[in-house]
Ligand binder design. Sequence first.
Ligand code: ATP
Length: 257
Amino acid sequence: MTAALQVEKLNRSFGALAVTRDVDLTLERGARHALIGPNGAGKTTLVNLITGVLRPQSGRVLLNGDDVTQTSQAARARRGLARTFQINQLFRGLTVLENLTMTIGERDGECNNLWRAAGAKPSIIEEALDHLESLRLVDDALRLVRELPYGRQRLVEIAIALAQKPRVLLLDEPAAGVPSSESHLILDVVAALDPDIAVLIIEHDMDVVFRFAKEITVLVQGAVFTHGTPQQIMADEQVRAVYLGEEGHKVAGAAHG
Ligand SMILES: Nc1ncnc2c1ncn2[C@@H]1O[C@H](COP(=O)(O)OP(=O)(O)OP(=O)(O)O)[C@@H](O)[C@H]1O
């Protein structure tokens, strides 16, 4: 089976600092994969390399078997790659519905007059409402994004990513900054994502990771430290050491596996 996303021997440095080192990562269709690692391990850089924000010095990124390493972010989005960001990127002065109709219009190459929901085609508004309904956001459709509680803003972001009809979805700390009273909303949505979509989640909260992921890749100092099932990762003394900070510096420098 062709992988939904394949990362092969990816390398990226900033000056003398090697931030991504020979990283391999494969997401099959429907994968539930978590990327974890200490602060500064290179998780966001890896996501930026996958989405095309950054170019690697060497290595390849393949979407559904096609090499997209040299293509733009937009081209990768058209091939089914969507992401959410650590800090939300919504149009806060527009309504939730307008944010969605703009995304769908852009996806379908119908940007004219879709700036406001009022100018959107009925079919686009209908689809936008369907997405909002599936995330239980319909009641907020006509509210300005900036008026929503932060947790619901993060949900709108996920709705926008899903409106792109992705095959591969990258979730960069979807619950970061969300008060615990609201975080269950996000976790429920993440747990209920379409089983055909391959999902890579970057998350610091280990409860979320162990609840969601079927596979975990641990990144340390830019390199894959280990990879395995949640049970394997949980039982791995060296991973525990990295997280508990016990001799983490030694472990981080050691070759593993
Ligand atoms: N544009 C850049 N120029 C120089 N150094 C950078 C750049 N982007 C990231 N770095 C460095 O690369 C390393 C990895 O950063 P990155 O943000 O990818 O880590 P991370 O694992 O996502 O961290 P966190 O969990 O704190 O978000 C850090 O040392 C960071 O300072």
